[in-house]
Design a protein around this ligand. Sequence first.
Ligand code: GTP
Ligand code: MG
Length: 370
Amino acid sequence: TESLTVAELAKKLNREPSEIIKKLFLLGVVATINQQLDKDAIELIASEYGVKVEEEVVIDQTDLETYFTEDREEDLEVRPPVVTIMGHVDHGKTTTLDSIRHTKVTAGEAGGITQHIGAYQVKIDGKKITFLDTPGHEAFTTMRARGAQVTDITVLVVAADDGVKPQTVEAINHAKAADVPIIVAVNKIDKPTANPERVMQELTEYGLIPEDWGGDTIYVPISALTGEGIDNLLEMILLVSEVEELKANPNRRALGSVIEARLDKGRGPVATLLVQNGTLHVGDPIVVGHTYGRVRAMVNDLGRRVKEAGPSTPVEITGLNDVPEAGDRFVVFEDEKTARQIGEARKQQAVQAHRNETARISLDTLFEQL
Ligand code: GTP
Ligand code: MG
């Protein structure tokens, strides 16, 4: 509350403006109803009515990234693409993710037990692709609301027997707003009622013109159920990835985003982080959103303990002193002291913001009751 008029303050205090004017006069201030009152005057009057004025909290919007300097062009190396799958309900997003995971992960990595950490990687001809398990819509809305952009490529799954539906359009809008390229996976082509041509026709209305028709959108017919076309889809993802020239500098302290986080009974706060630049190591002092700590242990998507994780790699970590939120940014610091200082400051801000939010709510309810 920077400044209020006498009328506004009277309203907040549930009093007549004339009463406030009288009080001010007794305090030696001559005021009219529309006069702006400064912070001190507001506090003084409020205290006369036993009301404490809450400081307006300015939540530090300084993004953690400001602690991160730009990379030099010559330090950048090619990194794997991070892919999210989007599409209408029941069009086959989960089945597609499972199909990719089963054909690639278990076959390629003998002995590895896939673990749910919210993301996984597959390797095709030595090239990696990272897939986020989070339904694309959620990933986009929650992540983007927090300023994190993690997706490089969107696979839009459209059931060939159902065509373009509301959430298909929503997905297109999300991807376009984030400027993320779209690959269309025309799914369920094993069904007799499948009509891939119709899907293409309908999608041209949204600017997704197939290459064959003079556009630049890649369409891949697949059956997530039988596995048909999955290899082709993966190849197309790698192709788009090359065009996008996705790069990062693996030889620096890590920066990235939280994919998901929870409190584990035995291990404490557990978070899946997506490394977006640099390399994350066990032992790194880290600030994550409004929390901080030191990376105690890291586990990859196969449930194996790892010591480091490079660009585009998802890892589950322990060692934070609180549970962060999906979409929170993380940055590794040089020393533990700095990480602790910055982490503590951010934690205080979060606590303060929460407290004020609660205070504001209770004050509002109070006024309603009066
Ligand atoms: P939500 O998470 O509810 O939005 O659905 P989803 O998009 O994840 O769809 P899901 O993978 O759960 O598939 C929905 C249904 O379609 C399931 O019964 C699948 O078995 C079936 N299905 C998925 N892909 C195919 C396919 O290629 N062919 C056939 N015939 N059925 C499929
Ligand atoms: Mg699903």
